[in-house]
Ligand binder design. Structure first.
Ligand code: FES
Length: 54
């Protein structure tokens, strides 16, 4: 398992556990993040736009 930390628009930190290789869209949705996922992660709609730190 790996730990993923989401930072909301309000600056709140939400921590989630995920399997290596898991899709961030699904990890975020399972953690209660407001990610609509209109195209179900096909990278066609950008509703789950994220910024990934280095
Ligand atoms: S659900 Fe992520 S880009 Fe569409």
């Amino acid at each position: 398992m790996i730990t993923v930390c989401f930072i909301t628009k309000k600056g709140e930190r939400v921590t989630a556990q995920a399997q290596p290789g898991a899709r961030l869209l699904e990890v975020g949705q399972a953690a209660g993040m407001s990610l609509e996922g209109t195209c179900e992660g096909q990278m066609a709609c950008s509703t789950c736009h994220v910024i990934v730190a280095e």
